[in-house]
Ligand binder design. Sequence first.
Ligand SMILES: [Mg+2]
Length: 229
Amino acid sequence: MTRDAGPNSPAAVLFDMDGTLVDSEKLWTIALDDYAAHRGGALTDATREAMVGSNMTRSMRMLLTDVGVAATEAEIAAAASWVAERMAELFAGGLPWRPGAQEALRRARALGVPVALVTSTIRSLTEMALETLGRDSFDLTVCGDEVDGRNKPDPEPYLKAARLLGVDPAACVAIEDSPTGVASAEAAGCLVIAIPCEVPLAPGPHRVLRDSLGDVDFEALGELFTRAA
Ligand SMILES: [Mg+2]
């Protein structure tokens, strides 16, 4: 479904969700802290930082370890369900946009190339977030429970999005906020626009660092490939 969008456009624009488009990482912190308290423990800052951009199963394993509960499959499933329910309550209160995100979605759309959401968040919560983000903003959404457990930092979420869109991942721009997400997109071969939210990001050969989505020149994304080459 590649469309002719001119020489300065990538084959597709692939957006991460949490921390990139919406400021939901702070809501995840609330839900994770609540679960830790519910189990009589506390989530350490280091563990919370390591979870940013991660998927539910991996995050629950870290959370249970932090609160001193053996991370059996049953405990992981129960924790995931508790946290998902708490997140649904928090998402229902409305999601705060990251600076420049609404305009970024509009400008990405105006390029005439496919736009996808590639998130580690599970489908049920993503569907709630899409009420804020707008279903029409994306041609495709890939969620954390739709990649056969091969979550970010594995390249599979981005590879799957490119596969379903019928585009070369190396010709795609991915926009990410976390080290985990940036690693996933880079491993898939995408050029990454890295905009840190909760965790600092280091420079790298296949990434372009920006302070905000408002600093991204969507009309000149193609030029980034020339510079990164
Ligand atoms: Mg993120």
